[in-house]
Design a binder for this molecule. Structure first.
Ligand code: DMJ
Length: 580
């Protein structure tokens, strides 16, 4: 009937159709009661937190399997890495479990009475969060001392420590828990030390590190001394909010000074770049070093902070710059996998003038779904946003891309045996035969993973985008995807002691390889598991999240949206222009 060749072609076509059907038509599981999910996220946080408290409290680096711990700096003074980064997640969970915020009718049993044991368990978690917050406040006030004679990374310390202190100030004021001034005083002390890195720079672009005690700025030891472009363009939210709180415009002026040389000395809006930044910059000249353009590490939050400055302060220039860059992303970096047509964002390693697009995508890139969605809607529900005067074709395109990329990021979990995403994937875009490389292959052949990239650090970006997409659309699928990922963290990233019979030693850790099941664990707790991933999970399952009121910094620390009129009265306004 059929020749062998025809039969092979038919089999291949059927396999492709089946794979497409599997990717797009997989039945979505029913979700358990929302309150049960929130309860389990709070318990996961407390599991990790209590273990850290028992064995490593105060240390910057913690290994949950061995319980080993140490500090970052040669000075051996703690930076507060885990405590400060986690504090506002505890405040968020504390607020959610407060008796006056609990809707008791949700805890009715079938006979109409209230399930008291459930209420007791919420009250107990609330008490645990309260104790943990007050203990952390005490530690910050009495132990944490930023007079550290050692170099620290300016960007990481700003987004995690300064960001964490400022959001703790904001939440403790709003929720009336503890003493907000403890956080603000520490933030000012740290901010004054970090800002020297910008003050010392001739053209405004800082070196990558600074000695917190001496104020000595330290040039990057590798990459020919170049600073990471995303690093010095991801300080602006924190220092602008600090200026607002202290009524001191010094911080605001210094952090916005980085942009003029960056845009003008490189002609960044010209077709040679189309608003897309190479990942390194020479701090003395503001000129890019190398041509490597990507939305992954060292490139990512440049784009995020253009939009988020606009959302926080409503300075129009930052929306205009964001628009130019996002048009550049859509024009140069978007492509599709060849089998299922899954949309991905690739890299231009040798600049925009080079041929082709590298189909490599870091998990870090998954933040862009949420950013595109917030850029299109400005935090309004999508149906409301579409009614606004600002809605146009470009925002519609951004919105479509946000949905596509968020789906892709879910696929980066769903197509992996452990259900948890690897650090980096390489999409099969049909331009070269990567199936022969001996790399791991995803279930439906959309992407491959190099053995060295198969680890999972419990990163937040995919869950972050799910959270934004859910609250802007209320589409159930985003919670279903999030729930599936949450369950996989429980199954495959948890550990407990051998003789533990009551699960009291459960805690969470990174994975060596997300293709192996059972998974091999890596003895490492990243502070963003507590600061970001669990916070975004918790927000995903909360109702009534209003995304027009707060802006989350790149480490998920929330700052309140600032009133442009008040900013003007305080003379906190943009001090530079660009001919676009
Ligand atoms: C976080 O520290 C921040 O989100 C940063 O911008 C990059 N990614 C890590 C978490 O993955």
């Amino acid at each position: 009937m059929f020749s062998n060749q025809a039969f092979a072609v038919i089999t291949a076509v059927v396999a492709i159709l089946l794979s497409i059907a599997k990717v797009f038509l997989e039945p979505e599981p029913e979700l358990p009661d929302n309150n049960l999910i929130l309860e389990s996220i709070e318990s996961m946080f407390l599991n990790s937190w209590n273990d850290y408290t028992q064995y490593g409290y105060g240390s910057d680096i913690y290994a949950p399997i061995s319980h080993n711990h140490r500090n970052f700096t040669g000075d051996d003074k703690p930076m507060g890495w885990i405590i400060v980064d986690s504090l506002d997640t505890m405040m968020q969970m504390y607020n959610y479990t407060l008796a006056e915020n609990v809707n008791v009718t949700l805890y009715k049993t079938t006979d109409g009475s209230i399930d008291q044991s459930k209420l007791d368990s919420i009250a107990s978690r609330n008490e645990q969060f309260k104790e943990a917050i007050l203990k952390a406040q005490d530690w910050i006030q009495n132990t944490l001392d930023y007079d550290i004679n050692a170099p620290v990374n300016v960007f990481e310390t700003t987004i995690r420590m300064l960001g964490g202190l400022l959001s703790a100030y904001y939440y403790s004021t709003e929720l009336q828990i503890g003493n907000p001034n403890v956080y603000l005083e520490k933030a000012v002390d740290l901010g004054d030390r970090l800002i020297l890195s910008l003050e010392y720079s001739e053209i405004g672009i800082p070196y990558s590190s600074i000695n917190l005690q001496t104020g000595n700025p330290i040039r990057n030891h590798v990459d020919d001394g170049a600073s990471s472009t995303a690093e010095f363009t991801t300080l602006q939210l924190e220092f602008k909010y600090l200026s607002f709180l202290t009524q001191n415009d010094k911080y605001w002026k210094l952090v916005e000074k980085v942009y003029k040389p960056l845009y003008e000395n490189n002609n960044l809006t010209s077709p040679h770049f189309d608003g897309l930044i190479p990942i390194y910059t020479v701090p003395e000249t503001g000129k890019f070093f190398g041509e490597n353009i990507r939305l992954g590490s060292r490139g990512d939050s440049f784009y995020e902070y253009l939009l988020k400055q606009y959302l926080l302060t409503h300075e129009q220039i930052y929306y205009d710059l964001y628009r130019i860059s996002i048009e550049g992303v859509k024009k140069h970096l978007v492509s599709k996998s060849s089998i299922n047509g899954i949309v991905f964002i690739g890299e231009k390693e040798f600049g925009l003038d080079s041929k082709g697009l590298s189909p490599k995508m870091d998990h870090l890139v998954c933040f862009i779904g949420g950013v595109l969605a917030m850029g299109a809607t400005e935090g309004l529900p999508i149906e409301v946003a579409k009614e606004q005067a600002f809605w146009d074709e470009k925002r519609q395109e951004d919105w479509d891309l946000a949905q596509e990329i968020t789906f892709t990021c879910y696929q980066m979990y769903d197509q992996i045996p452990s259900g948890l995403a690897p650090e980096i994937v390489v999409f099969d875009d049909g331009t070269s035969d990567i199936s022969t490389n001996n790399w791991y292959q995803s279930f439906y052949n959309d992407f491959y993973v190099k053995p060295n990239d198969a680890h999972n650090l419990q990163r937040p970006e995919a869950v972050e985008s799910l959270m934004f997409m859910y609250h802007l659309t209320k589409e159930k699928k985003y919670r279903q995807w999030g729930y599936q990922i949450l369950q996989k963290f429980k199954e495959n990233a948890s550990i407990k002691d051998e003789n533990d019979t009551d699960d009291s030693t459960i805690r969470y850790t990174s994975l060596e390889n997300c293709f192996d099941v059972p998974t091999e664990k890596r003895d490492n707790l990243e502070s963003f598991w507590l600061a970001e991933t669990l916070k975004y999970f918790h927000l995903l399952f909360q109702d009534d999240v209003d995304l027009t009121k707060v802006v989350y910094n790149t480490e998920a620390h929330p700052f309140p949206v600032l009133d442009p009129k008040v900013l003007e009265e305080m003379s906190l306004t943009t001090g530079w222009t660009l001919d676009i």
